[in-house]
Design a protein around this ligand. Structure first.
Ligand SMILES: C[S@@+](CC[C@H](N)C(=O)[O-])C[C@H]1O[C@@H](n2cnc3c(N)ncnc32)[C@H](O)[C@@H]1O
Length: 234
């Protein structure tokens, strides 16, 4: 289902169409290739682990846009209680995958904003995501998500996320559909790229910076640039 372009954010039907398009896009990817990003946890999850471990009393983590749960499973296997949320969850019986689900990990199929709206405030010690904010979200949607994440976090809880950067080799390729946002190929993924200035703007008044890092990932086949961000609830 190809979209001609973005309609105003506050148009509920436009939002529904965009979410459905996202859901269908990722569901197709995961059915075709259950370990689309590989079986192993992401580099960002490995990078976060010492920070999470160093945080006194940190036990519960919410992962947004967890896909098939490679990072949620990893964090659960490291002893944290993890809830993973994604627009589309492809069950193991829908694919040939035989992944096990650790008991400390719960996978929920939902739009992230809808899940955050129904979660009790201060429920989680940390909110984590890998390449989730790059999806088809506008700045006002990012701002609403940031507010909802802050409310889901306990006081001084951590918000950790990675996002494709404006220095990424894919930046600017394809059709522009919004500020720093491109559809690489017709009907393909829509990617919103992040600058450090944008990261700071989204955190303003909600979070204080803990760590920021600019990282190259993906190897020779598919080089990408990611910003690693760790913020603390003010
Ligand atoms: C680039 S993939 C990354 C998946 C996973 N974090 C990983 O690293 O394996 C982005 C994920 O975000 C999910 N997603 C996109 N929009 C979403 C939304 N509004 N709510 C929840 N999940 C969403 C997609 O379904 C997809 O699984």
């Amino acid at each position: 289902m190809a979209l001609a372009g973005r309609m105003p954010d506050d148009e509920p039907s436009s939002l529904r169409v965009r979410r459905e398009r996202q859901r269908a896009f990722w569901r197709e990817r995961y059915l075709e290739e259950p370990a689309f990003f590989g079986e192993a946890e992401s580099g960002f999850a490995r990078w976060c682990l010492p920070l999470l471990r160093a945080e006194k009393g940190l036990d519960s983590i919410l992962e947004l846009g967890c896909g098939y749960g490679r990072d949620s499973r990893f964090l659960a296997s490291e002893g944290f209680r993890v809830v993973g949320v994604d627009l589309t969850t492809v069950r193991p019986d829908e694919t040939s995958s035989s992944r096990e689900t650790p008991s400390r990990f719960r996978l929920i199929e939902s739009d992230a904003a809808e899940y955050l709206a129904r979660v009790p405030s201060q429920k989680f010690d940390a909110v984590y995501s890998n390449m989730f904010f790059n999806m088809d979200f506008s700045e006002s949607e990012h701002r609403s998500l940031m507010k909802a994440i802050r409310s889901a976090l306990r006081p001084r809880g951590l918000h950790l996320y990675s996002a494709r950067s404006t220095f990424d080799p894919w930046y600017g390729r394809g059709r522009s559909v919004g500020p720093d946002t491109f559809e690489a190929s017709p009907g393909g993924a829509i990617i919103h790229f992040f600058s450090m200035e944008y990261v700071d703007r989204l955190a303003e008044g909600l979070f204080t910076p803990v760590e920021r890092s600019d990282q190259a990932e993906g190897g020779e086949d598919f080089p990408i640039r990611l910003l690693y961000v760790v913020d603390r609830r003010t």
